[in-house]
Design a protein around this ligand. Sequence first.
Ligand code: ADP
Length: 394
Amino acid sequence: MEKVILVLNAGSSSLKFSVFALPAADEMRAVAVGQVEGLGTAPRLKVKDGAGERIADAQWDTSEVASHAQALQRIAELLRARFQGSVLAGVGHRVVHGGPDYSAPLLITQEAMTRLETFVPLAPLHQPHNLAAIRAVQEVQPDLPQVACFDTAFHRTQKMVGDLYGLPYEYYERGIRRYGFHGLSYEYIAATLPAIAPEIAGGRVVVAHLGSGASMCAIDNGRSVGSSMGFTALDGLLMGTRPGNMDPGIVLYLLQQEGLSAKQIEDLLYKRSGLLGLSGIGNDMRVLLASDVPRARLAIDHFVYRISRELGALAAVLGGLDALVFTAGIGENSARIRELVCEQAAWLGIEVDTAANEGGGPRISRPGGKASAWVVPTNEELMIARHTRKLLAL
Ligand code: ADP
């Protein structure tokens, strides 16, 4: 019987999943990709097969599917019926926080779960959902091996000097340090560069993961040496609904002068800022690019400005720049944003090739420049599936 791996990525109100078939020798391929969105409000399931053809599209009643566990049960029924001739050999999870220690994927045991629970305060909006998905699978199939793949792990190669904040040292020991996120995406890109762009794979590369969450990572010879995200995924670039890096004094001001509660500030920083907050229109870059409202333009300009600043900082960490790589929803799909960023990066020796950029790359800079620019689609799910396969020796 053919073996398959299930990959799960549980968010606060969503559950994304992919099924990967395991051909004997070569690369795995996704045979089903789906997501449940609107958990808690109006849950809706959408599933496609490996070729992008629709398998399922269903609206569920909140009274019947209220939790991740219930959604998972429904997904399992659907997948069992579809993949009757296959055997589920393992589950790989995206787990946002691996804390200071975990620099590699981890086979789930009771002891590991206890340790991962201790990281919940470090990522209270994500970690509980990630762990709930692991528990939900354990309840139904306790013997099925599960693997946790961390968003922080790829960054554990960074030097301690870059991990520090300038607080009293005891805070570092208590876990207040720069962890960095989007690690599975960066790891996938680093693993893909030798095939797509061998001339830069061993060099000094900055990858810009520009999705609804956005960050940048400095990669030197395939290893992370710096990241725009820090203790939480709030740091760094302007994002869809998050402000990115800002003076911590603002938080004090909001607390002390404006009388906001911690919960209100959390809501402001995670859900009401960023492109949405600045434009007043929305957090979808497509909408902003199509708009002629002045604040939409302002939001885009600030988005690009912040990427440029961070690029300068990460180029300094690398001691120079050989290549800039764009990835994720905005990075892969918006030639306009890439063009604006590359224009600002002219001082680093990037000369954008307009036709190649419009065409989507992979190389989007003219030959001969001191540094090159690229578009490389990311695939965090495949990265999780690869880790799971390797760790379980499938
Ligand atoms: P995440 O996985 O963080 O939810 P994605 O990487 O899928 O996000 O990116 C989603 C974002 O990509 C959307 O919010 C949208 O702004 C942006 N996006 C997708 N397609 C385009 C496009 N053609 N032009 C500009 N932005 C796009």
